[in-house]
Design a protein around this ligand. Structure first.
Ligand code: HAM
Length: 432
């Protein structure tokens, strides 16, 4: 047994898992294309300062920090824990002069020092969509709708959206003069559903009662079962706060647009908050009933680009957790709908024919057929056993007698039938 293991919280994805992962990536990329998002590839490492600035305590505590060997002393760099900060960095530099909106797609691995458990890893994959330059509810609706498309296209048949709006909560707190760091602390408690601790931070504040009512609302069945009802109730609770009322109207418009487009929102949770600190408006997450961890989440962050030194630029976005989508697909028995790939083993009957076998493999590959040449020098029956074990569909047997007539033997391994066939017709016959 080898002595080395993968680093805690990381995994090797072997053939089947890698194929599932690739299928989701392809589907996310197709979704990006359909919605007009351009793909960018950013570095896996970013400066510590970028991530330290605005991600929030949740992410800050989970950064993988590396010290590089700079000539003037060590600098801190981090493995990216998400894409949003990197894309916001781009927005302040390279993208700056491009006409808006900017629709940006990225996919890749991200790193967080999370406590590993099912669906929670230290290295995981995200597909990430950012829509920058629009403060309109239709931009937020688009982000939810493309998530809906992705979930459906990977074959999930039951999934649920939860919607909230931190803009409403922040508007109330700001109106009461509560500073941003305290607001962040309150939202952090709410994210963890530590409502008493959140209320404690506004113990002597006029808005405590309003917060209590919003928290109570999330426990209240009829409202939670009907998102529109929930929004109407929020409107009543926050009516004495002008900005919070406008933010509730914004939530109502987003909900309406999404609903009209045929995507169902299961709940509007008025006390919903997310771990990242940069959110300023609508937030959402998507779940399957079988798992209590989110498959994806996002929201509006109108001040991040400005905080990084760019022009004030409203923005909204989402990241999908690919590893969790794989889990969800397994749980709901959703199979990748990739075209069935025919696999062919090409086996020379003796060593002298290996060059001919290689040439035939090349002919098959040129025709788009996956051909695996026998490179172990095994005897025919051993090579056939191996092809069977690996669920190869056909074997092409290259023998002297057939070659003299420009032909080979094509064996259908599942049906256990074989025919002699001209090499010029081989690819066409396999493709069928
Ligand atoms: P997030 O909610 O931190 O948001 O992550 C998005 C998704 O990544 C989660 O819903 C989950 O599926 C997956 N995820 C998070 N942590 C782990 C983990 N330890 N193991 C496996 N999967 C995980 C963001 O990252 C924001 N940047 C989303 C965004 C984009 N907001 C605006 N634009």
């Amino acid at each position: 047994m080898g002595g080395f293991q993968t680093v805690r919280g990381t995994r090797d994805l072997l053939a089947e898992d890698a194929e599932r992962q690739r299928f989701i990536i392809d589907t996310a990329r197709k979704t990006a294309e359909l919605y007009g998002y351009e793909e960018v590839i950013t570095p896996i490492v970013e400066s510590y300062e970028l991530l330290n600035a605005k991600s929030g305590e949740e992410i800050r505590q989970r950064l993988f920090i590396i010290e590089d060997n700079g000539p003037v002393g060590h600098r801190k760099i981090v493995l990216r824990p998400e894409f949003t900060a990197s894309i916001a960095r781009l927005a302040t530099t390279t993208l700056r002069n491009n006409p808006k909106p900017w629709r940006i797609f990225s996919v890749g691995s991200v790193y967080r020092y999370d406590e590993p458990q099912r669906g929670r890893y230290r290295e995981f994959w995200q597909s990430n969509f950012e829509l920058m330059g629009s403060n309109k509810p239709e931009a937020d609706a688009e982000i939810i709708l493309l998530t809906n498309r992705l979930m459906r296209a990977v074959g999930l048949h039951k999934y649920e959206f939860k919607l909230g709006h931190v803009g409403i909560l922040r508007a109330i707190l700001s109106a009461e003069g509560i500073d941003e760091p305290t607001q962040n602390a309150i939202l952090q408690r709410m994210e963890k559903k530590e409502y008493d601790a959140a209320l404690e931070l506004i113990q002597n504040c006029r808005c405590r009662q309003r917060f209590q009512e919003l928290i109570n609302l999330r426990m209240c069945d009829p409202f939670m079962a009907d998102p529109s009802l929930s929004v109407e109730r929020i409107k009543t609770i926050v009516r004495s706060y002008e900005k919070a009322s406008r933010e509730t109207q914004n939530l109502s418009e987003i909900l309406n647009l999404v609903k009209q487009s045929g995507c169902r929102i299961k709940t509007v949770d008025p006390a919903f908050a997310r771990g990242l600190e940069y959110y300023t408006g609508m937030i959402f997450e998507v779940y399957i009933p079988e798992l209590d961890i989110a498959l994806g989440g996002g929201g509006r962050y109108d001040r991040l680009i400005e905080a990084f030194g760019g022009e004030p630029t409203p923005a909204t976005g989402v990241a999908h957790g690919l590893d969790r989508i794989v889990l969800a697909m397994q749980m709901q028995k959703a199979t990748p709908t990739t075209a069935w790939r025919k696999r062919v083993a090409v086996v020379p009957v003796n060593d002298a024919l290996k060059c001919e076998a290689l040439k035939i493999s090349q002919i098959l590959r040129e025709a788009g057929i996956s051909a695996e040449l026998e490179v172990m020098g095994r005897k025919m029956n051993k090579a056939m056993e191996d092809a069977d074990r690996r669920k190869v569909n056909y074997a092409v047997i290259v023998g002297e007698r057939e070659l003299k007539q420009g032909a080979v033997v094509l064996r259908n391994l599942a049906k256990r039938e074989q025919t002699t066939i001209e090499i010029s017709k081989l690819a066409k016959t396999i493709i069928g």
